[in-house]
Design a protein around this ligand. Structure first.
Ligand code: SAM
Length: 183
C-alpha cells in the first residue's frame, strides 16, 4: 500500500455519505475524486489549489466521473481555508509538494502549510480526521515536515490523537503520513 492509500484508509473512518470534506491540495484531482465518492450525492468537497492548471485537471477528472456537482474548486492558498469553508468538516486531506507533471518550483511551504493545518483544526468536527502526506526529499520538504511534527506534538492529547507513519525500509527520503483525529 502506498502512503497516499494509507491516508485514504484513515479518511474512510471519518467521512460518511452526506459529509463535508476538504482537499487542501487538489493537484491532479485524485484525492478530490476519492473524497467526492465518499461524500456521496448529499455531500460536499472543497478543493483548494493555487495553480489554475491543477484546478483544470481536477475539474476534468471530476467531470469525467460525473461528480463535479458536489465539488467546489477554489483557486486560493489553503492557508485561507476558513474564509471559504463556513461549516464543520469530517476530513481534510493534504498531499504536499509539487504538482506531478507540472512546475516543480511551485511547492507547498512550511509557513503556509502550518497556517493551513491550524485553519483545518478549527473546522474539524469531533470524530473528524486530517491527513498530511509530506515529502522530505525535495528542497524545503524536510523543514516543512519538521515544522508540522513540532507543531503536532504540542496538540492536547485529550482533544486530538496524532500519529506519524512512514515505511522504515524504504531508501532515501520516503514520504510520511501525519494523521490528526479529533476525539
Ligand atoms: C502533490 S500535489 C497534490 C496531489 C493531489 N492531492 C492529487 O491527488 O493529485 C500538491 C499541490 O499543492 C499545490 N499547492 C502548493 N501550495 C499551495 C497552497 N498554499 N495552497 C493550496 N495548494 C497549494 C500545488 O499547486 C500542487 O498542485
Amino acid at each position: 500500500m502506498k502512503i497516499t492509500e494509507m491516508a485514504h484508509l484513515y479518511v474512510k473512518t471519518a467521512l460518511r455519505e452526506g459529509g463535508v470534506a476538504v482537499d487542501a491540495t487538489a493537484g491532479n484531482g485524485h484525492d478530490t475524486l476519492f473524497l467526492a465518492r465518499l461524500a456521496g450525492p448529499g455531500g460536499r468537497v472543497y478543493a483548494f489549489d493555487i495553480q489554475e492548471e491543477a484546478l483544470q485537471r481536477t475539474s476534468a477528472l471530476l467531470q469525467q466521473e460525473n461528480l463535479l456537482d458536489r465539488v467546489k474548486l477554489i483557486k486560493a492558498g489553503h492557508e485561507q481555508m476558513s474564509a471559504y469553508v463556513n461549516e464543520a468538516v469530517s476530513a481534510v486531506m493534504f498531499n504536499l509538494g509539487y504538482l506531478p507533471g507540472g512546475d516543480h518550483r511551485i511547492v507547498t511551504g512550511k509557513g503556509t502549510t502550518l497556517a493551513a493545518l491550524k485553519e483545518a483544526l478549527t473546522l474539524l468536527q469531533n470524530g473528524g480526521v486530517i491527513t498530511v502526506v509530506a515529502y522530505p526529499g525535495h528542497p524545503g520538504g524536510k523543514e516543512e515536515q519538521e515544522a508540522l511534527l513540532d507543531y503536532c506534538k504540542t496538540l492536547n492529547s485529550r482533544e486530538y490523537r496524532v500519529a506519524y507513519t512512514f515505511y522504515l525500509n524504504q531508501a532515501h527520503h520516503p514520504p510520511v503520513l501525519i494523521t490528526v483525529h479529533k476525539l
